[in-house]
Design a binder for this molecule. Structure first.
Ligand SMILES: C[S@@+](CC[C@H](N)C(=O)[O-])C[C@H]1O[C@@H](n2cnc3c(N)ncnc32)[C@H](O)[C@@H]1O
Ligand code: SF4
Length: 349
């Protein structure tokens, strides 16, 4: 892997120092990957994703959190005080970066208080949002306490196709308003689309639209995951592999991104590294305070309401099973029967 941060010593180092632009050219993703390389096997909670709520004002047809967007489930979510206590613990362990997601984070009335507390602690913050609840007041607040990135989901290019996915009448206009408020304030913005059978013909056009906005980045995802209640009905929206490939092949930037990801993955395999950073340098927390490997692997959780982040991250997460870990390590994927009575108390399925 190459990049300015990799260049050490003598000549190359001084050329970087003279040209700071080279440093800012590196994406946060590449920066993270390279930083991870430096830790080489040591566990450290560098970055986390936190699903602060499953509450949402929309009801996207494919949404994995939607089954938990019910009053009964929402009552069980972490309170403001619990979140602040956990944030303090995460900070104490040296975590640098957090992504707040949902559900819809802005659907939590106390979201800006949580966000601002985290910002004042010094975390680099990313917000995943549907953009529809962003008001001028919220956007002004974000300008005062800027995030590293605001990622807005944008799944359709017309009112009809957009609202067909969100099932929210007027969501297209509200989302565009939110995007406008972010851009007016020059805040960092990424628009992203989950490619599905229902928007397959719009993806490249959405990308063009985003390029026309000038300052926004664009991301395209293609893997549909099951809902949090285990329902796999959403797979009906999954694009077949050859269609995803065709979309990627049709665009130079998508092709380059695919090459970069494939190359990076190959390097990791060649170096015998684990393909997943969950429990190594990454973690996920769900709306009920369960610490997990990642948002895609919730098979085991450590209850942060009952135990500390430190114990959860360093003692429990490494034992949780992950298919992306190398079985060649010769260790069992699941460590059961440790005799630790706390394990049963703190772990939740
Ligand atoms: C659950 S949403 C939460 C943040 C915010 N409400 C939003 O829509 O961006 C996080 C991301 O997951 C995507 N998503 C939702 N359901 C999905 C599924 N079943 N498979 C893959 N991605 C999904 C959304 O499009 C969004 O980009
Ligand atoms: S906006 Fe986000 S959380 Fe809300 S339903 Fe859509 S994908 Fe789910």
């Amino acid at each position: 892997m190459t990049g300015p941060i990799e260049r050490r010593g003598g000549k190359e180092r001084s050329s970087v120092m003279k040209d700071p632009q080279q440093i800012s050219d590196m994406s946060a993703e590449v920066w993270g990957e390279q930083l991870f390389q430096r830790f080489k096997g040591k566990s450290f909670p560098l970055t986390g994703q936190w699903e602060l709520t499953c509450r949402c004002n929309l009801k996207c047809v494919m949404c994995y959190t939607d089954p938990f967007n019910t009053p009964e489930q929402i009552r069980q979510e972490l309170s403001y005080e619990e979140i602040i206590r956990i944030l303090d613990e995460i900070h104490e362990e040296g975590c640098l970066e957090l992504t707040f997601t949902g559900g819809e984070p802005f659907a939590r009335r106390d979201f800006l208080d949580i966000y601002t507390y985290a910002k004042r602690k010094g975390f680099l913050l990313t917000i995943f949002t549907n953009g529809t609840l962003i008001t001028p007041k919220i956007a002004d607040h974000l300008k005062t306490y800027p995030p590293s990135m605001i990622e807005v989901s944008f799944h359709g290019l017309t009112r009809q196709s957009f609202d067909q996915i969100t099932l929210g009448s007027g969501s297209y206009e509200s989302c565009l308003e939110g995007i406008g408020l972010i851009l007016e304030r020059d805040l960092p913005l990424t628009l992203k689309t989950v490619g599905m059978t229902i928007n397959r013909d719009e993806i490249l056009k959405i990308k063009e639209f985003v390029a026309g906005l000038g300052k926004a980045q664009y991301k395209f995802g293609s893997d549909i995951r099951p809902r949090l209640n285990g329902s796999e009905d959403v797979y009906q929206y999954q694009l077949p592999h050859d269609e995803i490939r065709a979309i990627e092949q049709a665009d130079e930037e998508f092709r380059a991104e695919r090459r970069r990801k494939d190359q990076c993955k190959q390097e990791w395999i060649d170096q015998g590294q684990e393909l997943c950073g969950g429990g190594k340098y990454k973690f996920h927390i769900d709306a009920y305070g369960r610490l997990q490997l990642c948002s895609n692997n919730r098979s085991r959780g450590y209850d942060l309401r009952q135990g500390s982040f430190r114990e959860g991250f360093f003692q429990f997460l490494p034992e949780f099973p992950c298919p992306a870990r190398r079985p060649s390590q010769g260790e069992p994927l699941v460590n059961i029967g440790t005799g630790d009575s706390q394990q049963k108390l703190k772990e939740t399925a």
